[in-house]
Write a protein that binds this ligand. Structure first.
Ligand code: HEM
Length: 141
């Protein structure tokens, strides 16, 4: 991932996490609403209260933001998370669906003009990397 891509992602995530809109919907809330519409089958996998899950999701994006310059530090965390996800019931086929819902939520929150081709490509690269690590780890769980 290039420095330019990291810079774009930093702006994207910072804005998405801090921007408040009139309807007060957080990025996390938008993400789960979308996920459960496009993939209702995954809803029963989530046993936590949704507000708690949304808080964990936000924390995860915040650590991504602070670790963009040293993504290698995240590998052990993502590996463990991938193994846990196997136990939650996450399957390989769910990862692209989650990625789409996340992109959709970012677009709702920030407006499509913020998601230029360049930013989308950088985001997809980051998401693919994370998914790959988690999916590889899941095979060992
Ligand atoms: C890159 C992709 C993903 C990331 C970064 C991510 C992140 C997280 C985080 C941070 C948590 C909180 C607990 C933990 O770390 O284990 C979590 C929990 C969870 N995730 Fe994911 N996740 C991803 C993909 C998925 C996918 C594809 C599914 C499949 C439906 C999924 C389903 C779940 C479930 C069921 C829980 C537990 C919720 C509960 O116990 O109520 N996640 N995820």
């Amino acid at each position: 991932m290039t420095e330019q891509q990291k810079a774009s992602l930093r702006i994207l995530l910072e804005s998405a996490l801090t921007k408040t809109s009139d309807d007060k919907q957080t990025l996390a809330a938008l993400f789960y609403q979308r996920l459960f519409i496009v993939a209702p089958g995954v809803r029963p996998l989530f046993s936590n209260k949704l507000s708690l899950q949304e808080a964990k999701f936000t924390q995860m994006l915040e650590s991504l933001l602070t670790s963009l310059d040293r993504l290698d530090h995240l590998v052990p965390v993502l590996w463990e998370s991938g193994r846990s996800h196997k136990h939650y019931g996450a399957e390989d086929a769910h990862y692209p669906v989650v990625g789409e819902a996340l992109l959709w939520a970012l677009e709702q929150k920030l407006g499509s003009e913020c998601l230029t081709d360049e930013v989308q490509l950088a985001w997809q690269e980051l998401y693919s990397l994370i998914s790959l690590i988690m999916q590889e780890a899941a095979k060992t769980a």
